[in-house]
Design a protein around this ligand. Structure first.
Ligand SMILES: Cc1cc2nc3c(=O)[nH]c(=O)nc-3n(C[C@H](O)[C@H](O)[C@H](O)COP(=O)(O)OP(=O)(O)OC[C@H]3O[C@@H](n4cnc5c(N)ncnc54)[C@H](O)[C@@H]3O)c2cc1C
Length: 385
């Protein structure tokens, strides 16, 4: 079987699985702000969340483009992978920098779904875009680290067993470079909640299971440290290109969904005795959105191919995330306009997807910071911050 056919077989599985989770399912989760547990379970049982885990640890050992294609198809089917996507990219930190003992303890369980690694703890109230300003500290005490501090916007923390956490092990003023002195931990939240870790949900404009975390003298085994102490910022950076490519793929899926939905509605809605899609004022925005999504898709899979080949992919991964998040948002806006008043009705799912796809221009990194990266690192312009 060649790689294209292999993808197609996986995508057929994704489509079949997603057909079991139609709009009503997502509307109910959205209304109640509940986690799509059944959907996550179905993806896990189908082996779709372990595609990036090597076969030797119980996964499928596929490349990033397979993972991107899966996330794209989930979104193009009207579902939402935000409940599960972090498992794909946070797992890479453990895989690349964890010890053999950590990998053999956790990766097979993550691949089988016995444990979930869905929480990624980086952002703090005073440290969003400027990650190195984070102040949550982990202080070594014998065979333990004691953690104090606060995190915000940590998604899926209530539905995850493990969390990859970034904390300061050396105060910023004692380091030569501000990127030094940060460390990564793989924390078992089942043992931490109630023993120094408190999780508080944040209600947002869409269903994202995001939370605030409070650490109050939480003691964790020193064996939770991933890699070397003080090198955590580099480890997190290593995973960012993969994260951007996977998020871009979700945007492409959203964009495809909006275009299909708008095309179908424009073909069937009759006003002044003819389908609204016969008017150029209605069909051109749909055609434009289609072209924008297709163009962003080319960049996304070019980035994925470079990443898989071990070539530098920062430029392409950043451009993919920029173009795809803008294309999905433009398609969302077009889709509302095409539907007229019905775009605002819950039962059409358009307003829900519209709210969901807006996030990607802000998180996991905002558009301005991508533009700053391109300006400075690709075009050689002076650093702006
Ligand atoms: C729903 C949701 C889920 C999230 N999930 C997670 C998660 O699971 N884990 C996690 O760690 N984080 C998570 N985040 C946090 C997310 O990564 C941050 O919100 C994001 O990095 C931006 O940080 P901030 O919100 O503090 O914005 P700020 O850093 O305060 O920035 C505000 C605005 O100013 C702009 N800006 C700032 N500095 C500059 C500059 N120098 N030049 C130009 N513009 C600038 C930014 O682009 C942004 O538009 C989530 C956020 C949301 C909303």
């Amino acid at each position: 079987m060649n790689p294209a056919q292999e993808h197609e077989a996986i995508l057929e599985t994704v489509r079949r699985l997603c057909a079991g989770f139609p709009g009503e399912y997502w509307r109910a989760r959205d209304r109640e702000r509940t986690y799509p547990t059944e959907f996550v379970q179905a993806l896990t049982e189908a082996g779709l969340l372990g595609v990036l885990i090597p076969e030797s640890y119980g996964g499928s050992g596929l490349g990033l483009s397979a993972a991107a294609a899966i996330l794209e198809e989930i979104h193009a089917s009207g579902c939402n992978a935000a409940a599960v996507h972090a498992q794909m990219y946070t797992m890479g930190t453990v895989l690349r920098h964890g010890s053999e003992a950590q990998k053999s303890q956790w990766l097979p369980k993550i691949a089988s779904g016995e444990v979930r690694l869905q929480a990624f703890g980086v952002t703090e109230p005073g440290a969003g875009t400027d990650t190195t300003a984070l102040t949550t500290q982990a202080v070594r005490k014998g065979d333990s680290y004691v953690i104090n501090g606060q995190k915000v916007w940590i998604s899926r923390a209530e539905h995850s067993d493990l969390m990859v956490l970034l904390a300061r092990t050396t105060p910023r003023e004692e380091t030569v470079k501000k990127t030094e002195g940060l460390s990564v931990f793989l924390l078992d939240m089942r043992e931490a909640v109630g023993r120094g870790l408190t999780i508080k949900p944040i209600r947002t404009m869409f269903n994202h299971a995001t939370t605030e975390l409070f650490f109050d003298d939480l003691e964790i085994p020193a064996s939770c440290l991933i890699g070397e102490e003080g090198k955590g910022f580099r480890y997190i950076l290593d995973g960012m290109n993969a994260e951007r490519i996977l998020i871009a793929a979700e945007c492409i899926g959203d964009g495809r969904w909006f275009v299909d939905k708008a095309r179908d509605y424009a073909s069937s809605r009759v006003v002044f005795g003819r389908p609204i899609g016969q008017n150029q004022g209605v069909q051109f925005p749909i055609a434009r959105a289609y072209a924008q999504v297709r163009a962003a898709k080319l960049m996304t899979y070019e980035a994925a191919a470079r990443y898989e080949a071990g070539e530098p992919s920062g430029e392409e991964a950043n451009m993919a995330k920029l173009l795809a998040s803008e294309a999905s948002w433009a398609a969302a806006d077009m889709c509302i306009q095409t539907h007229g008043g019905f775009g605002f009705a819950e039962e059409y799912d358009v307003e829900r997807k519209f709210r969901e796809t807006r996030l990607y221009q802000v998180a996991p990194i905002s558009t301005n910071l991508i533009l700053a990266y391109l300006a400075e690192h690709v075009l050689g312009l002076p650093r702006s911050y």
